[in-house]
Design a protein around this ligand. Structure first.
Ligand SMILES: [Zn+2]
Length: 237
């Protein structure tokens, strides 16, 4: 398989944190949240440090700009799961809202996420995005080819906002791909079903049991963005 990168890239800073080349064809999309309002340059600088042991294929800032950190031919260190990251393109999205918003993302970032995802699907011959919010279907890409970090580690990533937008993202991308199953109008401004502003689900990249225990909410809030978390030296992948 010949791999390419998106023509939508506006900034490139290749991370050393990767496995090259990936060992599986691209057949999955994994959307992450930065848990902070990082620019694509700031995120790239964090991923440029070998000691972070973290990366993603792409990043999107709240201004909608798209960055490349790990080429699609290579596996990023992003989802706490080797098998997933060997077959997935991973995308980190900046948050213009904090924990109390479920890690909201800007309209510009959402628009770029949809365009980038559609482009990834076209170039990698993914004819349709499938999302059932069902972790029992991991790896069964004929039924579900989107995954989320919270299925592989005790993390809230991609945040409740993006998590509950997955159906909208899939529907909108499928319209662009010409494979939409449902022609009913959809709106990004409508509150996604089941959307919650619970503080418990606030943080994207907090390790281990910290995500589960109410007494750790204060600690989670102390690590309220990706930069702070990564600087704390905690394992990311
Ligand atoms: Zn994540």
């Amino acid at each position: 398989m010949i791999y390419t990168n998106s023509p939508l890239i506006q900034y490139t800073k290749i991370s050393p944190n990767k496995t090259a080349p990936r060992k599986h064809n691209i057949d999955t999309i994994t959307i992450h949240c930065m848990a902070g309002n990082l620019s694509v340059e700031t995120c790239g600088n964090l991923f440029a440090s070998p000691s972070r042991k973290a990366s993603s294929n792409y990043g999107i800032g709240s201004d909608g700009r798209i960055a490349l950190y790990v080429e699609e031919k290579d596996r990023s260190w992003c989802s706490s799961n080797s098998a997933n990251d060997h077959r997935a393109v991973t995308i980190e999205v900046a948050n213009d809202g904090g924990a109390d918003t479920g890690w909201h993302v800007s309209d510009q970032a959402m628009a770029s996420l949809i365009e980038l995802t559609a482009d990834i699907c076209r170039r990698n011959h993914i004819n349709e995005l499938r999302w059932k919010a069902d972790p029992s279907l991991i790896g069964q890409v004929d039924q579900q080819n989107m995954t989320v970090h919270r299925w592989f580690a005790a993390k809230a990533c991609p945040g409740d906002y993006l998590y509950h937008m997955h159906s909208y993202i899939a529907d909108t991308v499928n319209r662009k791909l010409g494979t939409a199953q449902d022609t009913a109008p959809i709106s990004p401004s409508a509150a996604p079903p089941g959307f919650s502003r619970r503080a418990h689900s606030s943080l994207c990249h907090l390790p281990g049991a910290l995500c589960r225990r109410p007494e750790n909410i204060r600690r989670r809030q102390l690590h309220s963005n990706l930069a702070e978390y990564l600087l704390s030296g905690s394992p990311y992948r």
